[in-house]
Design a protein around this ligand. Sequence first.
Ligand code: PLP
Length: 237
Amino acid sequence: MSITQNIADIRERMAEAARRSGRDPEDILLIAVTKLHEPDEIEEAIAAGITDIAENKVQEIQKKYDQIASPVRWHLIGHLQTNKVKNIIDKVVMIHSVESVHLAQEIDKRAAAAGKTMDVLLQVNAAHEESKFGLDPKDVPQVMQEILDTCPNVRIRGLMHMAPWSEDPEEIRPYFSEVKKLYDTLSEVEHPNADFSYLSMGMSHDFETAIEEGANIIRVGTSIFGERDYSKKMGGM
Ligand SMILES: *Cc1c(COP(=O)(O)O)cnc(C)c1O
């Protein structure tokens, strides 16, 4: 199947999941995860209506940024080292992977230097997986407060979550609903730089469950572009 056809299928499934949860499909953003995919594939996705793309590595954004001619918004969704913030601060519209005050402070510094305010999501690791980055849900309110207190050029727009891999969506549904509850609680925080609008959760194998539980951004790679070829991974394994 073609990338165009895959995107049409995903939009259909997104709409059904949105309707099941009583929401407007228009309110859910599909971000195409383009890691390890080539510029011509990305252009095809944009031609099929994709407005937002995401990479998990700073180097891939740097490499591809000028290769994509069509207008598109870039997101960073992977672990971000503080020394690399400067390389993407002028390229991405949102960083989904903020998981420490220290990282937020570096983003703040670089955003201030660039004369902008950076939109970020706080990454939550609800399943406490060792293999994944992200904050323990119980630590999120405190970290958020410290960021709000110390980072005038960082605007917190919501939460990001990556569920454990599972065959059975019912096994991971509780994680999505836990993160949604946390999102709703933190939405009440009143601060000029706390502007909760985005709950980024759901990937190829679990986006319908994530939407049913309240996600309004899904990040989909494999179901759009097919399996990734990890032999192309930059810098080796
Ligand atoms: C790779 C990646 C995705 C997309 O995963 P697929 O299973 O290919 O849809 C989503 N989120 C993050 C953080 C990723 O690194």
